[in-house]
Design a protein around this ligand. Structure first.
Ligand SMILES: [Zn+2]
Length: 309
């Protein structure tokens, strides 16, 4: 948890009594009789609550009214089994104010409209709702639901460790993903841009392509992805430049492609080509590195489950 988020959560904690848990990376607990937790999702803070009335989630009209009447909430919806509120603010001070307003406003509205604090799994307003860490996130569950979920996670972990990595499939997937990246670089390049978007497309599609087809992303897979990204990014830049040059000099694509280095050397633009190639490499890394880190991180916690205090 970074310093700013910790500061925000600690300030909200002092006001609401919710607890800042650094291991889980969340602010959580009970407020006004409702289990709540808040996390920072990269762009904004999100508050989660699990409530129902006669087994039903709050309807759209109620959510709309709540969003309108509670200051600080920028979006409010039902996601999976939770009511989820997005909270933003230009400064930490404003974020803290908005989070407190959201937590108080949401729980007041739940109470006013007869919604009960329920188990996220079965939706029942049981008394033994506890806070659990499930596969990288927080869940408020009854004892039975937790037992079921942790058992099926253990089962899934065993199945996953028994799944063999389909290496050949992965190579095909990485190739197809990199091909999409190559097309993106050429199209965007032909529009006259070197864009971070095309690099990210290359990085994300290659890694996702491998993972999807191989069913697993191992170190071997990461190496394959890197090779494809390096080769295909180079090829994309070369094709992009070839198209541009062939338009200018009136040669065919094949002629320019075959005499590429002599042509750019003769025109004195070799360093320009290398410069723009390096830029696309940088953008590809921007897309691929967080993606790979994410896969490794989520793999580590995907099957973890335990009770939080
Ligand atoms: Zn339950």
């Amino acid at each position: 948890m970074n310093g700013t988020i910790k500061k925000v959560f600690e300030a909200v904690s002092a006001e609401t009594g919710l607890r800042c848990d650094e291991n889980v990376g969340a602010l959580l607990g009970q407020y006004n009789g409702y289990h709540l937790y808040a996390i920072y999702t990269g762009n904004f803070y999100t508050v989660y609550a699990s409530v129902r009335k006669n087994g039903q989630f709050p309807e759209k009209d109620l959510l709309k009214n709540m969003k309108k009447s509670i200051p600080g909430i920028s979006a409010l919806a039902v996601q999976k089994n939770n009511v989820v509120a997005n909270v933003t603010g230009m400064t930490s001070k404003k974020v803290i104010e908005n989070l407190i307003s959201a937590i108080k406003g949401m729980t007041d509205a739940f109470r006013l409209n007869g919604f009960e604090d329920v188990c996220e799994g079965c939706g029942k307003p049981v008394s033994n709702i506890g806070s659990y860490y499930i596969g990288g996130g927080v869940s408020f569950l009854c004892g039975d639901c937790y037992t079921n979920i942790s058992q099926s996670l253990q089962q899934a972990e065993v199945e996953m460790s028994n799944t063999n990595e389909n290496f050949i499939g992965g190579i095909v997937g990485a190739f197809l993903g990199a091909l999409i990246g190559l097309i993106a670089i050429i199209i965007i390049g032909q529009m006259g841009y070197v864009s971070v978007v095309s690099g990210i497309v290359m990085g994300v599609c290659t890694v996702k392509g491998y993972e999807f087809m191989a069913k697993k992303l191992s170190t071997k897979g990461i190496v394959v992805c890197c090779i494809f990204m390096v080769v295909m990014t180079y090829l994309a830049e070369k094709i992009d430049w070839t198209i541009t040059i062939s338009k200018e000099v009136g040669w065919s694509f094949a002629e320019v492609f075959q005499n590429f280095s002599a042509l750019i050397d003769g025109a004195g633009v070799t360093s320009d080509f290398i410069g723009s190639l390096l830029l696309v490499y940088l953008f590809t890394a921007l897309g691929a590195v967080p993606m790979i880190i994410n896969v490794i991180k989520s793999k580590k916690v995907a099957y973890n489950s335990y009770q939080i205090n």
